[in-house]
Design a protein around this ligand. Structure first.
Ligand code: NDP
Length: 472
C-alpha cells in the first residue's frame, strides 16, 4: 500500500475531523487512537475518504505507515497524555521526523517539550487550532510555533486545510517554541471576554427589559448585520431562537446557568498578570464563570438578600441602540487588552509575534472570527502602529463614538442590580487608560508612609520621602 504523507494520533472530536480535512485535501493520512474501537468507528464513517486513510493498531504501525521524514500530529487531551505520546513515539521515530502537538497545550509545556526534543534529531511544533469541530473539519485557524525551517516543511498541508479569508489562508508561523500555543491561549482569553459581554447584554435584555429568547434572537441577528458581525453574535441569535425538543420551551431556558471551563481563560489571566499587563475584561469573564459554578451559594444569597426590583431605565429603542454600541466598545477594550498581552509576551519570550498576521488568521475559521479583526489587522499593519489598539486612529474614532453608550449601559445596569462585570471592567480599564493624571499619587504616598518605599516628584528627579517622620 502507498505510504501516508502524514500521521495523526487521537481520533476524538478534533482529531477525527482534522484527519478527514487532511484526507479531503489529497493527503494520505495514517491514524492511531489509544482505544482501537474509535479508530474502527472513524474509518467506517469516513465514506469516500476511506481510501485516503490508513488505520493503525499501534504506534509502531503508525510510524511504519508514514513516508519519512514523518510529520505526526498529536491531538489528544492536553497535559500528561501528550508527554505519554511523545515518549511512545521517540524510540520509533527517525531523525528529521516532526512531532506536532495540536491540542490546547499550556505554552510553558510546549517550551519545555521543544527543549526536551532539541538535539534529538526530532523537531517539535506547538500548534494552536481553533474553530471547534466544524473548523477542524472544514478549515480551522492555525497558529504555529516552532523553528522557521519546521514551518516550511508543514506549511503546504497546514495552509491547505486551514480556513480562508477572501482566499488568504488562516494559518501562519508566529514564532519559535511556545508562540503558537501562547497566541491560541490569548485567542481563548479574548473569546471568554467576548462571550461574557454577550451574556451580560442578554441578561439586560432578559431581566432588565423583560424580553424572552424569541424576542432577543432577532436583536442579535440584526446586530450581526452591522458593526458587531461575528460568529459568536451569529450563533447567539441561532441559539436563542432554538426550542428544546423535549419540552418545547426555548433551549436557553432549560439550560442550567453554570458555565464550564478548561483552563485557557485562566492561563490568559495568569500570564497577563505575570507580564504586568491589565487584561481586566478577560479576568472578569473568567471570574464570572467561576461565580456561575457556585449555583447553590447564589441561590442561598438570593434568598438572603431578596430580589432587587429590576428596572433598566430608558425607552426600549434607545436602550437597544445603546446596548449594541456598548457591546462594541467593550469588545474594543477587550481586544486591546488581549493584543497588549501578546505584545508584552512577544518581548518577554523573544518571539517577535506578528500582530497584524495574528489578526488576519483569526478573521476566519476560529471562534472569535469577525469583520472587526480585519480592522485590527489594518491598524497593526500600519508603519506607525501604536503599542495599544486603543491608540490606533480608527479605534480612537470608534471608541469615541461608542464609549458614552457603554457608560450609560453600565450605569443603568448597576442601578438595576444586573451584573455586568466584563463590560464594567472594560469601561474602567478605558477610563483608567485615558486619564492623564490618575490617583496613584495617593497610593505612592501611602506606600511611602507605611513602608518608606519612596516616590517620584512631579517637579524634581530622584526618589523622595514624605513629611511623615524621617526622610526629606
Ligand atoms: P476528545 O475528548 O473528543 O478526544 C480526546 C482524545 O484524546 C481521544 O482520542 C482520546 O483517546 C485521547 N486521549 C485521552 N487521554 C489519552 C491518553 N492518556 N493517551 C492517549 N490518548 C488519550 O477531545 P477533543 O478532540 O475535543 O480535544 C483534543 C485536543 O484539542 C484537546 O487538547 C483540546 O483542548 C483541543 N481542542 C479542542 C477543541 C474543541 O472544540 N473540542 C478546539 C480546539 C482545541 P481515547 O479514544 O482512547 O479516549
Amino acid at each position: 500500500m502507498e505510504q501516508a504523507e502524514i500521521g495523526l494520533i487521537g481520533l476524538g472530536v478534533m482529531g477525527s475531523n482534522l484527519a478527514l480535512n487532511i484526507a479531503e485535501k489529497g493527503h494520505r493520512i495514517a491514524v492511531f487512537n489509544r482505544t482501537p474501537a474509535r479508530t474502527q468507528a472513524f474509518v467506517e464513517s469516513a465514506g469516500d475518504l476511506r481510501d485516503m486513510i490508513v488505520p493503525c493498531a499501534t504506534i509502531e504501525e503508525l510510524v511504519a505507515a508514514i513516508r519519512p521524514p514523518r510529520p505526526i500530529i498529536i491531538m489528544v487531551v492536553a497535559g500528561d497524555p501528550v508527554d505519554q505520546q511523545i515518549a511512545a513515539l521517540r524510540p520509533v521515530l527517525a531523525v528529521n521526523d516532526i512531532v506536532i502537538d495540536a491540542g490546547n497545550a499550556n505554552f510553558r509545556d510546549t517550551m519545555r517539550r521543544f527543549k526536551e526534543l532539541e538535539g534529538s534529531g526530532l523537531t517539535f511544533i506547538g500548534m494552536g487550532v481553533s474553530g471547534g469541530e466544524e473548523g477542524a473539519r472544514y478549515g480551522p485557524s492555525i497558529m504555529v510555533g516552532g523553528t522557521p525551517e519546521s514551518w516550511t516543511r508543514v506549511e503546504a498541508v497546514l495552509t491547505a486545510i486551514s480556513a480562508k479569508y477572501k482566499g488568504e489562508p488562516c494559518a501562519a508561523w508566529l514564532g519559535t517554541d511556545g508562540a503558537g500555543h501562547f497566541v491560541k491561549t490569548i485567542h481563548n482569553g479574548i473569546e471568554y471576554a467576548d462571550m461574557q459581554m454577550i451574556a451580560e447584554i442578554y441578561g439586560i435584555l432578559r431581566d432588565g427589559l423583560g424580553m424572552g429568547p424569541k424576542e432577543i434572537a432577532p436583536v442579535f441577528a440584526g446586530w450581526n448585520r452591522g458593526r458587531l458581525e461575528s460568529y459568536l453574535i451569529e450563533i447567539t441569535a441561532t441559539v436563542l431562537a432554538a426550542d428544546d425538543p423535549k419540552t418545547g420551551r426555548p433551549v436557553v431556558d432549560i439550560i442550567l446557568d453554570r458555565a464550564g471551563q478548561k483552563g485557557t481563560g485562566k492561563w490568559s489571566v495568569i500570564e497577563a498578570q505575570q507580564l504586568g499587563i491589565p487584561a481586566t475584561a478577560i479576568e472578569a469573564a473568567v471570574a464570572a464563570r467561576v461565580l456561575s459554578s457556585m449555583r447553590d451559594e447564589r441561590l442561598a444569597a438570593e434568598l438572603a438578600y431578596g430580589a432587587i426590583p429590576l428596572k433598566f431605565a430608558g425607552p426600549r429603542h434607545e436602550v437597544l441602540g445603546d446596548l449594541e454600541l456598548a457591546l462594541f466598545a467593550g469588545k474594543i477594550a477587550a481586544y486591546a487588552q488581549g493584543f497588549a498581552v501578546m505584545a508584552a509576551a512577544s518581548k518577554q519570550f523573544d518571539w517577535n509575534l506578528p500582530l497584524p498576521t495574528i489578526a488576519k488568521i483569526w478573521r476566519a475559521g476560529c471562534i472569535i472570527r469577525s469583520q472587526f479583526l480585519d480592522t485590527i489587522a489594518e491598524a497593526f499593519g500600519k508603519a506607525d502602529a501604536p503599542a495599544n489598539l486603543l491608540m490606533a486612529p480608527a479605534f480612537v474614532e470608534m471608541m469615541g463614538k461608542s464609549q458614552l453608550a457603554l457608560r450609560r449601559t453600565v450605569a443603568r445596569a448597576v442601578e438595576a442590580g444586573l451584573p455586568v462585570p466584563a463590560l464594567s471592567s472594560a469601561l474602567a480599564y478605558f477610563d483608567g487608560y485615558r486619564q492623564g493624571r490618575g490617583t496613584s499619587d495617593l497610593i505612592q504616598a501611602q506606600r511611602d508612609f507605611f513602608g518608606a518605599h519612596g516616590f517620584e516628584r512631579i517637579d524634581a528627579p530622584g526618589a523622595h520621602h514624605g513629611p511623615w517622620g524621617g526622610g526629606d
